[in-house]
Design a binder for this molecule. Structure first.
Ligand SMILES: O=C(O)[C@@H](CO)OP(=O)(O)O
Length: 201
C-alpha cells in the first residue's frame, strides 16, 4: 500500500507581505524555513523514497530542508514546472487586501478561489489542474502503483488542483478548501489507487 505525502512550502516573503505570488520566484522567510524544519521532524518516521518539487525556490528550499531533517538527501528528486504555483497574471505582486478593496469582495473571491475564472493574463484553478494532473498521472501515479512512497513539495493552488483529483472534490466545494503552509498531508492508496485514508500531520 503506497503512500503519497504532499506539502505546501513554508511561509514565503510574499505570503508574509500578503501579496499575490503565483509564479514569482520569492524566497522563504525565516518562519517559512522553520515551518519546513517542523514538517521534516513530523516526516521523519515516514519512509518516502522519491521526491517531486516545482521549480520555484520556495518549494525546492522547503523540500531540501525536509530531506536534510529526515536524513534523506540522497533520494531521487524530480523538479517540474508542471507543479509550479498557478500563474496569477496581472495580480502577481499586488497586495491582496488592497486588491479586494479596489475590486470588491465578489470579484476578488472569483479571481482567488473560483474554479474556472482566471485573473487577467493568468491561469484559473482549472487551467492549473490541466497541467498538474496529467503530470501527476504520467510521472507520479505510476511510481505509486509500483509501490513507491512519494513526497511532493509544491504550492497552495497547484496542490489544491491535485487534491481535487485525488479526493474527488467538486468545483463547487474547492473554493472552501485551503492548505496551510508546511503541513504535510498523507494519502494511503489501495492497489487500484483508491484513497483509503487521508490525514494531515
Ligand atoms: O499568492 C499566491 O500565489 C497564492 C498562494 O500563496 O495565494 P492564494 O492563497 O491567494 O491563492
Amino acid at each position: 500500500m503506497a503512500q503519497l505525502i504532499i506539502v505546501r512550502h513554508g511561509q514565503s516573503v510574499w505570503n508574509l507581505e500578503n501579496r499575490f505570488t503565483g509564479m514569482t520566484d520569492v524566497d522563504l522567510t525565516p518562519l517559512g524555513r522553520e515551518e519546513a524544519k517542523q514538517a521534516g521532524i513530523l516526516l521523519k518516521p515516514y519512509n518516502f523514497e522519491i521526491a517531486f518539487t516545482s521549480v520555484l525556490r520556495r518549494a525546492i528550499e522547503t523540500l531540501n530542508i525536509i530531506l536534510r531533517e529526515c536524513d534523506k538527501i540522497r533520494i531521487p528528486v524530480f523538479g517540474s514546472p508542471a507543479l509550479n504555483e498557478r500563474h496569477y497574471g496581472d495580480l502577481q505582486g499586488l497586495n491582496k487586501k488592497q486588491t479586494e478593496l479596489k475590486y470588491g469582495e465578489q470579484q476578488f473571491l472569483l479571481w482567488r478561489r473560483s474554479y474556472d475564472v482566471a485573473p487577467p493574463h493568468g491561469e484559473s484553478l482549472k487551467d492549473t489542474r490541466n497541467r498538474v494532473v496529467p503530470y501527476y498521472q504520467k510521472e507520479i501515479e505510476s511510481k505509486l502503483k509500483a509501490g513507491k512512497n512519494i513526497l511532493i513539495s509544491a504550492h497552495g493552488n497547484s496542490l489544491r488542483a491535485l487534491m481535487m483529483y485525488m479526493e474527488n472534490i467538486s468545483p463547487e466545494e474547492i473554493p472552501n478548501i485551503t492548505l496551510a503552509t508546511g503541513v504535510p498531508r498523507v494519502y494511503e492508496f489501495d492497489q487500484d489507487m483508491k484513497v483509503l485514508k487521508v490525514f494531515n500531520l
